[in-house]
Write a protein that binds this ligand. Structure first.
Ligand code: SAM
Ligand code: SF4
Length: 337
């Protein structure tokens, strides 16, 4: 597609005065794992023709950069199962230090060992790796068939390549709660950050999420008994609240959408695998940038992005209760977690 000047170079500011500076892109909804809290064992994926092409993703991302987005995260699904993902990293990586402050990735780590050096070379400096357990049997149970040694090897390779790592761990009652304190100790020893996440009601799964919901305030209280944790002023404009493990570089982040709302400072939007622009993880509203780019070209994309600003709600309204349907039918893997 021929390059055209950005039609609307206005900065992205929503009705509530929040500047949008962070774009998360789900490059595929497919995944080589089936984490129990994320998707069902028999998850169905979008047909390939529904996916944005690499070129379409890059062109749309460039429109956002021109309008003030400073950070892009590639996620999914599992981004590293998409073959041309690295090509996209190279293309967007060229913008780091130009329009972008940061290009980053969230991955389950199963294919990280083979890609770590190239990710660093593309311009990435920090990545998030999901690791809900370091115990091989429990990891296999949570992911339904994953091999934790591959993930640990991937993390080691990423560290060796020079990438700073944040471990994402979903806190699950009765499953991995006994591993949270050891995970923080391990992260501290390895020089990684750790972010704990409350399970969110997104998309149907085979279990009732209420059974596994673990409120993070109680987890934090227990961690403060066991570790010297000092409040950390770091603000990512995102949902996490931070603590620092005294005497280390390790930052502990807590993402608690159920027990603590963080929407007032939200700076992010999400581009789904099939080209929908979602202004909030917790709402169904979206605009269709795939239709825009295929039907009207980049001028249409610019116009639809402007329209979307009015759709960003003031806050999400997540609730988890026994037997209730997910707040949003879309899985996190489609929207880009
Ligand atoms: N596959 C990659 C991974 O697992 O890191 C990237 C996509 S995954 C959807 C991104 C993050 O969302 C992971 O840290 C995962 O644990 C988390 N996640 C997935 N479903 C979730 C849910 N329902 N509630 C809370 N976190 C969830
Ligand atoms: Fe796959 Fe990530 Fe979802 Fe696990 S959390 S099933 S690794 S997309």
């Amino acid at each position: 597609m021929a390059s055209v000047p950005v039609q609307n170079a206005d900065k992205l500011v929503d009705r509530h005065g929040r500047a949008i500076t962070y774009l998360r892109i789900s490059v595929t909804d497919r995944c080589d794992l089936r984490c129990r809290y994320c998707m069902s064992e028999a998850m169905t994926f979008l047909p390939r023709e529904a996916l944005l092409s690499l070129e379409e993703i890059a062109l749309i991302a460039e429109r956002f950069i021109a309008r003030g987005v400073r950070k892009i995260r590639l996620t999914g699904g599992e981004p590293l199962v998409r073959r041309d993902m690295i090509e996209l990293a190279w293309r967007l990586g060229r913008q780091v230090g130009a329009g972008l402050d940061e290009l980053t990735l969230t991955t389950n780590g199963t294919r990280l060992a083979q890609h770590a050096e190239e990710l660093f070379a593309s311009g990435m400096r920090r990545i998030n790796v999901s690791l809900d357990s370091r115990d091989p049997a429990l990891f296999r149970h949570i992911t339904r068939h994953g091999d934790v040694t591959r993930v640990l090897d991937g993390i080691a390779a990423a560290k060796a390549a020079g990438l700073r790592i944040k471990i994402n761990m979903v806190a699950l009652k009765g499953l991995n709660e006994h591993e949270i304190a050891p995970m923080l100790g391990w992260a501290g020893a390895e020089g990684h950050d750790l972010t704990l996440i409350e399970t969110m009601p997104l998309g149907a799964i085979d279990e009732d999420r209420a059974d596994r919901f673990l409120p993070l305030p109680k987890v934090l209280a227990d961690l403060r008994d066991a570790f010297d944790l000092v409040p950390d002023a770091h603000q990512s404009g995102g949902p996490a609240r931070y603590w620092r493990l005294a005497g280390t570089e390790t930052r502990l982040g807590l993402i608690s959408p159920l027990t603590g709302n963080f929407c007032a400072t939200c700076n992010r939007v999400r581009l789904s695998t099939d080209g929908k622009l979602h202004m909030c993880l917790g709402h169904e509203d979206s605009v269709d940038l795939r239709a825009a780019i295929r039907g009207g070209g980049l001028a249409q994309v610019d116009a639809r992005i402007s329209d979307a600003l009015d759709l960003k709600p003031e806050r999400h309204d997540f609730r988890i209760s026994a037997g209730s349907a997910p707040a949003v039918a879309r899985h996190m893997s489609v929207t880009g977690g």
